[in-house]
Design a protein around this ligand. Structure first.
Ligand code: MRU
Length: 335
């Protein structure tokens, strides 16, 4: 298998298209998708081919840029109407991660200042590329701030994938791990499999093993037991949205926070400032509910009897009082 040294999502200048890693195929197959179609990108977001809050911010930004390029031949009013329609379509693909709308709005804001569709399309692409580069810088800053909090030897529990594959490269929670390893600390990661789509066992384990960082996978329900047995020193997760009272992240995060608090284990959330949504509170946010089939079937086998309803929430909310510190590009602090 080819190592995933590519950026998760990036602009291919030579080919004049967007390219991203198709994450639903990992770890069995490593494939790059190239597209100039905003609809193809929207499908990729819905299917989780591109996923993780910071990567969704970059994807939203490039989605608007692709739309602007494809409508650049039309009159100004028609152009703006088409781009806004595509932006709304992209924004509706996944409701919980705030970064998606943030990236879309930032590029819409940038292109609106231009006088012709052609200039607006150029400006949109420039802004999307700037957001991509920024993500790399921010993740390194988050990593460095977070790594300073870790002891020289420790075992970190993480949930879902808040790594290079959830960002452009490096990662947020796994960025902290990478920075700590780069500083010479001895870090071992325990990755929860993260049912039902297994971003932990498929993606976190994949990217850490690829980089030679020690990783073991557990079922989600093993975490509490390992905390009680003092195997886990620290929990670090990413975030899809941080409201003024809660951290939204992959379903199961809240359960780890409660257990960590009970066992007096630090519980850190690593995320860029673009994930903060402090005007809103938990009750304002829509938690994505996904298809029954994700729970009811696996590898062509039925896992549930017909007729039984599934509650397949993609995210949960952890109250801030369970969070030891939020690690951003500006430093780490008590929420
Ligand atoms: O459904 P996903 O795979 O998009 O969920 C991703 C997560 O929950 C991540 O932990 C979160 O986006 C932070 S990524 C740095």
């Amino acid at each position: 298998m080819k190592p995933a040294t590519d950026r998760t999502i990036t602009w291919d200048e030579e080919a004049g298209c967007l390219r991203f890693i198709e994450q639903t195929l990992l770890p069995e197959r490593y494939e790059i998708v190239r597209t100039t179609e905003v609809e193809r990108l929207a499908t990729a977001i819905r299917r989780l081919e591109v996923r993780g809050a910071p990567a969704l911010g970059v994807a939203g930004a490039y989605g608007v840029a692709l739309s602007a390029r494809s409508h650049a031949g039309t009159g100004y009013d028609e152009f703006m109407e088409s781009v806004r329609r595509d932006a709304a379509m992209l924004n509706a693909t996944r409701p919980t991660a705030v970064n998606l709308g943030w990236g879309i709005d930032r590029v819409l804001g940038a292109l609106s200042g231009e006088e012709t569709p052609e200039a607006a399309a150029r400006r949109a692409l420039e802004e999307a590329r700037a957001i991509e580069e920024e993500d790399v810088r921010l993740c390194h800053a988050i990593g460095d701030h977070g790594a300073a909090l870790l002891p020289d030897r420790c075992t970190v529990l993480t949930h879902c994938n808040a790594g290079a594959l959830a960002c452009v490269e490096w990662g947020t929670a796994l960025g902290v791990v990478r920075s700590a390893v780069a500083m010479g600390k001895e870090i071992k990661v325990i990755s929860c499999e993260t049912r039902p789509l297994n971003q932990g066992s498929r993606l976190t384990a994949f990217e850490l093993a690829r980089d030679g960082i020690g990783v073991e996978t557990i079922t989600d329900s093993t975490a509490a037991y390992l905390m009680r047995k003092k195997v886990i020193d620290t929990v670090i997760v990413g975030a899809d949205r941080i409201t003024r009272d809660a951290v939204f992240n992959k379903i199961g995060t809240y359960m780890h926070a409660v257990c960590a608090c009970h066992h007096d284990i630090p519980f850190y959330v690593a995320a860029p400032y673009s994930t903060l949504d402090l005007q809103r509170s938990e009750d304002d946010i829509t938690v994505e509910e996904r298809a029954r089939e994700e729970l009811a079937e696996c590898g062509g086998r039925k896992l549930m009897p017909d007729g039984v309803r599934a509650r397949n929430y993609a995210f949960d909310a952890t109250p801030l009082d369970l969070v030891t510190a939020i690690i951003t590009e500006q430093g780490a602090g008590k929420p």
